[in-house]
Design a protein around this ligand. Structure first.
Ligand SMILES: Cc1cc2nc3c(=O)[nH]c(=O)nc-3n(C[C@H](O)[C@H](O)[C@H](O)COP(=O)(O)OP(=O)(O)OC[C@H]3O[C@@H](n4cnc5c(N)ncnc54)[C@H](O)[C@@H]3O)c2cc1C
Length: 395
């Protein structure tokens, strides 16, 4: 099977598989690859014609991910150590510089392509341009360019993003607390500044979250995110206004044509019920995103590892209760502090309130707290298995 042109299963004919994974984002690709490497038959279906089109994410990977997962270094931008925080009005920013490399921005199209290649090489059967359209009897209905087909699978994995259809069909929890984000991406040349992550905390621009510029000297990402119903001029309007006056782009020529990205971001914390006898959820579908930073790349990789272990157990042992170990409740408990901070952030509704809150960041305790959030290695707990192959525990 060629990685560049993954095999398309013949549509129209019913088929069977151990695991049907819906969605070829990072979560779906990772869990599918791990399961195939364990010897299971895995079918991965993705509605986009390629995982390299319509990318949603900025692609900032935190240090913990870079330490723990073998991401291809050639598809990662230069390390970033510097974060600059701005109050409404973009005056008198607060600069935080880590003594370690904290972030690298992924060049996401080749990075997704490399993950797809790894999946195909592991033996995953990938069908692109094919949408999961719901359950039908004891099968799962897929609709591709050549028409519909029904697939029987022992388990289905919902890796289909923040608004998961699989979650709905399995009767599992669904995301209700969402932000929306949009950004523009373009190539830049180094402008003499160190690679920097600029964050503007202004509720009139990015209600409940932030506006950002990441300029690592190779690419610039200019974006805004917040609560969809609170953008006075709409998300696109806010992005237009911000990109006209965004910090961190001195001496940068912004090209006419830019890549546009965006989508919903679940920030309500890991959902409680993320598995049942027929399958489970991973990534955004499971709400595996930090409620505070809205980072979901590290969480989706970590949760996919747990999902693969639990499914491997279930397939090998045939134990009907194997998937009960895959529970969001224990993981969710680790997010209490971040959920409280998310609620606090959501309550800052005016630039004046934003400036008052920002004054705290200028104090030593405020800077220390910001440093812990930004450089603190706390993106997502690592689910670990006990030595006795008992229930999974959280480190
Ligand atoms: C603007 C923006 C910027 C972000 N920036 C960062 C960042 O810098 N760092 C970070 O850590 N996190 C970031 N996030 C969050 C992060 O991108 C996500 O948490 C992560 O990508 C989730 O991966 P996933 O595989 O779960 O979902 P997705 O990447 O959304 O993948 C879901 C896949 O399922 C497919 N799909 C959906 N429905 C169906 C269907 N019915 N049939 C078949 N396929 C289907 C979709 O096409 C998609 O490919 C950002 C999010 C947004 C919106």
């Amino acid at each position: 099977m060629s990685a560049a042109a993954p095999s398309r299963q013949r549509v129209g004919a019913p088929a069977g598989t151990d695991v049907l994974v819906v969605g070829a984002g990072l979560a779906g690709l990772h869990v599918a690859t791990l399961l195939a490497r364990q010897g299971h038959d895995v079918l991965l279906t993705e509605r986009r014609s390629s995982p390299t089109v319509a990318i949603r994410t900025t692609g900032i990977f935190v240090r913990r991910t870079l330490d723990d997962f073998p991401l291809p270094a050639e598809h990662l931008g230069p390390p970033i150590r510097r974060v600059v925080l701005y109050p409404p009005g973009i005056h008198r920013p607060v600069s935080l510089v880590s003594d370690r490399d904290e972030y690298r921005v992924g060049d996401m199209a080749p990075l997704y392509q490399a993950s797809l290649t790894a999946a195909v090489e592991a033996g995953v059967r990938v069908v692109l341009g094919t949408r999961y359209a719901g359950r039908r009897g004891d099968g799962f209905h897929l609709v591709g360019r050549d028409g519909p087909t029904t697939v029987r699978a022992r388990f289905v994995v919902g890796a289909d993003g923040a608004r998961s259809t699989v979650a709905r069909d399995l009767g599992l929890d669904r995301n209700h607390h969402l932000l929306v984000g949009a950004e523009e991406v373009f190539e830049v040349s180094p402008n003499g500044e160190p690679p920097t992550f600029h964050c503007v905390l202004d509720p009139s621009l990015a209600p409940g979250y932030l506006a950002w510029v990441v300029n690592d000297g190779e690419h610039a990402h200019v974006g805004v995110a917040g609560y969809a119903d609170r953008f006075p001029e709409g998300l696109r309007g806010a992005l237009r206004r911000f990109s006209g006056a965004a910090p961190g782009l001195d001496g940068v020529d912004r090209p006419e044509a830019v890549e546009r990205r965006g989508g919903p971001i679940p920030v309500g914390g890991v959902l409680r019920r993320i598995a049942c006898a027929d399958g489970l959820l991973v990534g955004d579908a499971a709400g595996a995103v930090s409620p505070l930073t809205a980072g979901g790349l590290d969480p989706c990789l970590r949760l996919s590892e747990l999902a693969a272990r639990v499914l491997d157990d279930a397939l090998r042992t045939g134990r009907p209760d194997a998937l009960t170990h895959y529970s969001g409740t224990a993981l969710r408990a680790r997010f209490r502090g971040r959920l409280t901070l998310r609620r606090a952030l959501a309550r800052i509704r005016t630039p004046a309130a934003g400036k008052t809150a920002f004054a705290l960041l200028r104090t030593p305790p405020g800077r220390a707290a910001a440093g812990r959030v930004l450089f603190g290695d706390r993106s997502f707990p690592t689910p670990a298995r006990t030595a006795t192959r008992g229930p999974d525990v959280i480190r």
